[in-house]
Design a protein around this ligand. Structure first.
Ligand SMILES: [Zn+2]
Length: 263
């Protein structure tokens, strides 16, 4: 069994070099347009650690990437740093990391641990989607112990619905997002089943450098060793998909239907 056929035999998973520009075909040669990916995270660290490599890969291929954080993740502050100051550090780290991989950044101002799921938050994210006009959105999976992550998942689903609703009048015209994916996150692991593997070899070092801007990356602000977890995870996922490093995503159930002319 050669490398590619082995990689393609992992359950029903799909291996793609990066998120395609439009829904449908999966082979790189069939990609007619390299689109924009929008990552939407509850906290900046989630965005860069679990979605940053996908953004970096898309940008490297000539596409575009934007990272939206609903909060600054300021309540993850260690005891010796005031919460507000830590929020500023998180913002600076995100701006530096995004600049390194070539992504834009958007910050909303919800307080960490109090991100609300309601019409107001869904419409704010809807407006950001209409402004950015991404082909694909990556966000949190719902199976999380963290309430902000759960709410982010729900907000994004409603925001995508609102963004594409032609009859919903907002400042900007409607925009339909082609695909939605959920990122692999140690805090969102309940019932997370990856079905899409992305080879990130070409952007791995840059992504690691980007993550290193965050004080929490090397465990400086808490117990969890983000760097060891996410770097090791990428090696493990690479083993399963025929590359040195890979990240996985879980596609929304609505886009798992295959439309074939024959088997
Ligand atoms: Zn988080």
């Amino acid at each position: 069994m050669n490398r590619r056929s082995f990689a393609q035999s992992i359950g029903s998973a799909v291996i793609i070099p990066a998120i395609r520009g439009s829904a449908g075909l999966i082979e790189e040669s069939a990609i007619s347009k390299v689109g924009k990916v929008m990552a939407i995270a509850a906290h900046p660290g989630d965005g860069m650690f679990t979605m940053g490599a996908v953004l970096a890969k898309q940008i490297e291929r000539g596409g575009a990437g934007v990272l939206l954080s609903l909060s600054l993740g300021e309540r993850g502050a260690p005891k010796n740093i005031p919460v507000q100051q830590y929020g500023s550090m998180q913002r600076t780290a995100t701006e530096s990391a995004s600049r390194l991989i070539g992504a834009e950044t958007i910050f909303l101002d919800y307080p960490d641990a109090e991100i609300p799921f309601n019409e107001e938050s869904s419409l704010r994210v809807c407006d950001a989607i209409r402004q950015q006009r991404p082909e694909a959105v990556v966000t949190h999976w719902s199976g999380s112990w963290h309430k902000d992550h759960q709410n982010c998942h729900l907000i994004v689903r409603d925001a995508i619905f609102y963004a594409g609703l032609e009859t919903l009048t907002r400042e900007r015209p409607a925009h339909a997002v082609s695909t939605i994916f959920y990122a692999e996150n140690w805090e969102d692991a309940t019932n997370f089943v990856p079905d899409t593997y992305i080879d990130i070899d070409s952007v791995y070092e840059k992504w690691m450098q980007a993550c290193d801007f965050y004080p929490m990356w090397r465990g400086q602000t808490g117990f969890f060793r983000y760097n060891d977890y996410y770097s090791s995870l990428s090696v493990m996922r690479g083993c399963l998909s025929g590359s040195h490093h890979a990240v996985t995503l879980m596609s929304d159930i609505s886009q798992r239907t295959q439309r074939l002319r024959s088997l």
